[in-house]
Structures are given as C-alpha cells and as structure tokens.
Design a protein around this ligand. Sequence first.
Ligand SMILES: [Cu+2]
Length: 172
Amino acid sequence: MGSRMNMIIGCLIVVVALVLNGASAATVTSTGDYKVGDSLGWDVPPNTSYYSDWASTQTFFLGDKFFFNWTGTHNLAGVSKADYDNCTKVSSYIGSPVTFTPPSAGSYYFICTVNDHCERGQKLALTISTPNFTTVSESPAEPPISSASSLTVGALFAVLSTAAISFQTYMI
Ligand SMILES: [Cu+2]
C-alpha cells in the first residue's frame, strides 16, 4: 500500500512537473524574440547608454524578431548610422507597437524623433549576424579605400530600403 502510494505520488509529481514546464514554455517568448529594452520597453531611458548596453548583452541572429512597444509620446524611425549618431529628426516614423524582423544580416539603427528623446538615449543600434558560421568572414582582405566606401554606402541603402519595406508590411 505504502509503495503504491509512493508510486502514485511520484507519477503526480512528474505530471505536475510536465504541466509546469509546458506552462512556462508557453509564457516565455521563444528564443530569438526580443522585447527591446526589456521591462522599460521603448522609452526615454534612465541613462544614455541604456539601449547600447541592452544590445551588447546579446548576440542577434537573422530570424530573430524585435518587439518595440511603448505608451506615451514616442515613435520609431529606422535611420542611417549618421542619423543615428546625430539624432536627426527624420520625417518617416511609425507608431507602437512594432515587430521588426531584420531582412538580412547587417546593422540597423533606430531612434525616437520626439523632442530630445534620442539625445537622452532613446536610440538603438542592432547588429544582426548570420547564424551560419562558415560564411562569417573574420577579417576580409582590405579592399582599396574608394571601393570600400562605395560598397558600404550601397549596402546601407539596401539595408534601409528593405527595412522600410518590412515596416510598411507591419503598418498594413
Ligand atoms: Cu521618445
């Protein structure tokens, strides 16, 4: 009787463990889904390095999704690195919430264009890596400076236009 009871209790514990496991798996977002800024969301941060600190703690891969969510007066603009650096008030931006799925590996820059929010640190630079280790080149041969800069500009435009397309997709 005692051992049968132990078996039943043992089975119950296994069942409870399985249920709890399933429950936590359902509430935690799957790997590769990121809520930008974690509990702060997309907001004016407590310090200017908040979002770069947030981004630097993890490695992002193609296929990851980035969820920007906010209340209050903010917006989200995908910008060039120069506009990110200078907090340029671009005219094209969108409202909350936004799920951004990078269309390709590379760098993406986001700012809030409201008031001085960007200057106060509401800006995010994302570097997306390709999950395929064989194609990530560690140190590519240094091309001549002129062709290197034109390549970079061309790649940036490609990245920005594809980013704009995915934004539009989400707006529809
Ligand atoms: Cu803002």
